[in-house]
Design a protein around this ligand. Structure first.
Ligand SMILES: NC(=O)c1ccc[n+]([C@@H]2O[C@H](COP(=O)([O-])OP(=O)(O)OC[C@H]3O[C@@H](n4cnc5c(N)ncnc54)[C@H](OP(=O)(O)O)[C@@H]3O)[C@@H](O)[C@H]2O)c1
Length: 264
């Protein structure tokens, strides 16, 4: 990816949650490659330190955080703020597979705390700083799942719907006051990462690579695109889902989810 997006001489710093694997890790690599200082977060300290070593200690920092706890989000924000970021990649998240009557309530509440609450807290706190400076980019990571009902993964789909609605609403508020801060939401289809394994399933479609997803997304983010969907196939599926009656879209999603296999 060429660095033709930024003002000359301007130093940039990106805070990335969920940087210990998958999309977040590739976002960190891509941003580091174009000269951006990166603040890496996640729970897996070993993976974060390994990435820091790879990228060069002088161009990144590690701030571990377990995000379902509100205090941890606020402490993380306070620690990351010291680096004067102008980019937030609000990416940490996970999924849970299974029928709603069978999945664990505790795990679902944790999912809501990470995918919705932590996303919300960090979005708000960093955005307020960016608005004061009148510059910066925020990328909230949702999913194409956020556009449709998600039988067999209902809590995950619903959580990602929140991310889309929150981002689009705030985007309009910023435009209305002619702010130079931009917010975008990433809505990918399947991406080959640890996501499925963590959700206890094997994928149905072969996903794009996390690197493809990250590079495409960052180039769109700099063009200030609001909703970023990396592949034509997913764009078509989302459009079809929007046109179809709700029950039909939900049944289609059920068939897709049912095709996934549980990891024993
Ligand atoms: N892969 C896909 O097919 C796909 C499709 C659409 C959207 N997405 C979204 O993309 C984002 C990144 O997922 P991925 O595909 O890259 O999966 P991944 O490889 O499993 O990465 C998930 C990241 O989230 C972090 N995370 C999870 N729980 C956390 C917690 N309690 N506190 C702090 N960090 C936490 C993980 O870090 P630690 O384990 O170190 O805490 C990890 O770095 C997620 O929001 C996911 O919903 C993925």
């Amino acid at each position: 990816m060429k660095n033709n997006f930024w003002e000359k001489g301007q130093k940039h710093c990106a805070v990335i949650t969920g940087a210990s694997s998958g999309i977040g890790m590739e976002m960190a690599r891509a941003l580091n490659k174009i000269g951006c200082f990166v603040v890496l977060s996640g729970r897996n300290i070993k993976a974060l330190e390994k990435l820091r070593e790879e990228l060069g200690a002088e161009s990144c920092a590690v701030i571990p955080a377990d995000l379902p706890v509100v205090k941890n989000c606020i402490d993380f924000y306070a620690a990351a703020k010291k680096y004067e970021p102008d980019i937030l990649i609000n990416n940490a998240g996970f999924g849970i597979y299974g029928e709603f009557t069978e999945t664990s309530l505790t795990n679902e509440l944790e999912l809501i705390d990470v995918n919705i609450k932590a996303m919300h807290i960090l979005f708000k706190l960093f955005l307020k700083d960016f608005v004061k400076k009148d510059r910066g980019y925020i990328l909230n990571v949702s999913s194409s799942a956020g556009f449709m009902p998600g039988p067999l993964m209902t809590t995950y789909y619903s959580s990602k719907s929140y991310v889309i609605r929150q981002t689009v609403g705030v985007f309009t508020e910023l435009k209305a006051k002619r702010s130079n801060v931009n917010v975008s939401v990433l809505c990918p289809g399947p991406v080959s990462t640890e996501f499925n394994r963590r959700a206890g399933i094997t994928g149905f479609f072969k996903g794009i690579t996390a690197k493809q997803c990250a590079v495409y997304t960052l180039s769109r983010m700099y063009r200030k695109e609001l909703i970023i969907v990396p592949t034509i196939k997913m764009k078509a599926l989302i459009t079809a889902g929007k046109l179809a009656p709700e029950r039909l879209a939900s049944f289609g999603a059920y068939v897709l989810q049912k095709g996934k296999k549980r990891i024993e």
